[in-house]
Design a protein around this ligand. Structure first.
Ligand code: PLP
Length: 399
């Protein structure tokens, strides 16, 4: 009975009420593995302690009419340190054009528009698969899309040789959309060594890598380590662009705080590119709301609050990692005939489970476990309280 779903319980309608109620206490009512936002071990949204402290600092401040440029410069200044490292020459020399953006989506949208305007003949190469909204964003910016190999369904890992072939075969100077860490939806990231090879090829081919960093810290628990892939490209002399989101790693989804930066040859070019990016933003939404920007820039510029954030990011990543381990172990203990190593090999918030659409449908109907049809599970929705129910249900539909 432990892994009966509610739908099955309904079939027991002839049972006495007390039995139904008893069964209901044995199953978590629903498991939502569809959400792309972090949840705690009770499945609840989390307000980080550093965010509470930042809120307390700005409470009552008379900022509502302030011009956002000074505040947003601070945000950009602090955000780029997370990408390039706080002592990077790029920052010291002002060799980047950075603007605040409406979270990661807005940063991608701004860049896509920039790409179409200044590189009208260009296309964008996306990983196959990628976050579904990437398709919409570049489509609406009228940039033609191509895909390149990334995920291998058999190994449920990286199709590295096919990826390299595609990078080699793309016309020189192509635009590629890369996930620097915690790839969505697959949870599959190249190793550092593989990033080095990819970066080397990009340099040879003069490709432009655009990094969409929506989950910094969620792959390894370490913000710097998760930016390593980008830094490898920079060290190799690649010119890059980068979108950053604070929706997940600061739990600020509703505030829409993000940043877009493009690496430049020198400070003069940075000023020119920044003004173009600002012009694009101005016609789209003028300027972003200031409250979330104040929270993020407040946290990043205060050493104590930043240290607290770093700790909280680590705790979120660790919780997800430990639930990956538990889920895999639980499936193995059930003597599942399948290989579940990918649950722990993949990183970040998502697990590309390999479940078929039919199996996903059975999980929904029989067990009230919800995930996207491609089998992507948001590991943030897994808790110590529901992980064994989930393992049993997955085993039932896959055995
Ligand atoms: N990029 C990727 C890869 C994502 O998975 C997401 C969110 O799901 C985003 C960007 C956008 O995030 P947001 O606009 O909420 O910051």
């Amino acid at each position: 009975t432990h892994f009966l779903g509610l739908a099955e319980i309904e079939d027991y309608s002839s049972c006495g009420m007390s039995l139904r109620l008893f069964l209901l206490t044995l199953v978590p009512t629903k498991i939502n593995l569809g959400v792309g936002a972090y949840r705690d071990d009770e499945g609840k949204p989390v307000v980080l302690q550093c965010v509470k402290e930042a809120e307390a600092k700005i409470a009552g401040c008379d900022f509502l009419e302030s011009v956002s440029s000074a505040v947003s410069s601070k945000l950009v200044e602090e955000s780029v340190k997370l990408v390039y490292g706080k002592n990077s020459d790029i920052i010291k020399e002002g060799r980047f054009a950075g603007v605040q953006a409406l979270s990661g989506t807005g940063a991608c949208r701004l860049f896509a528009e920039f790409q179409r305007r200044f590189y009208p003949e260009s296309q964008i190469y996306m990983t196959d698969p990628t976050w579904s909204n990437h398709h919409n964003i570049w489509r609406d910016a009228l940039v033609p899309e191509r895909t390149f190999h990334y995920y291998h369904p058999d190994s449920k890992g990286l199709d590295f040789s096919a990826l390299l072939d595609d990078v080699k075969n793309a016309p020189d100077g192509s635009f590629f959309l890369l996930h620097p860490c915690a790839h969505n939806p697959t949870g599959v990231d190249p190793t550092e060594e593989q990033w080095r090879e990819i970066s080397y090829l990009f340099k040879v081919k003069n490709h432009f890598p655009f990094f969409d960093m929506a989950y910094q810290g969620f792959a390894s628990g370490d913000l710097d380590r998760d930016a390593r892939s980008i830094q490898i490209f920079v060290e190799d002399g690649n010119v890059i662009g980068c979108a950053q989101s604070f929706a997940k790693n600061m739990g600020l989804y509703g505030h829409r705080v993000g940043c877009l930066n493009v690496l430049c040859n020198d400070a003069k070019q940075a000023v020119a590119i920044k003004s173009q990016l600002q012009q694009i933003a101005r016609a789209m939404y003028s300027s972003p709301p200031i409250h979330g920007i104040l929270l993020v820039s407040g946290i990043l510029s205060d050493p104590n609050m930043k240290a607290l954030w770093v700790k909280e990011v680590k705790a979120m990543a660790n919780r997800i990692q430990s639930l990956r381990t538990t889920l895999r172990k639980s499936l193995e203990q059930l003597s599942s005939p399948l290989n579940w190593e990918h649950i722990t090999n993949q990183v970040g918030m998502f697990c590309f489970s390999g479940l078929t659409p039919e199996q996903v449908d059975r999980l929904l109907r029989e067990f009230h476990i919800y995930m996207t049809l491609d089998g992507r599970m948001s590991m943030a929705g897994v808790t110590t309280g529901n992980v064994s129910y989930l393992a049993n249900a997955i085993h039932e539909v896959t055995k």
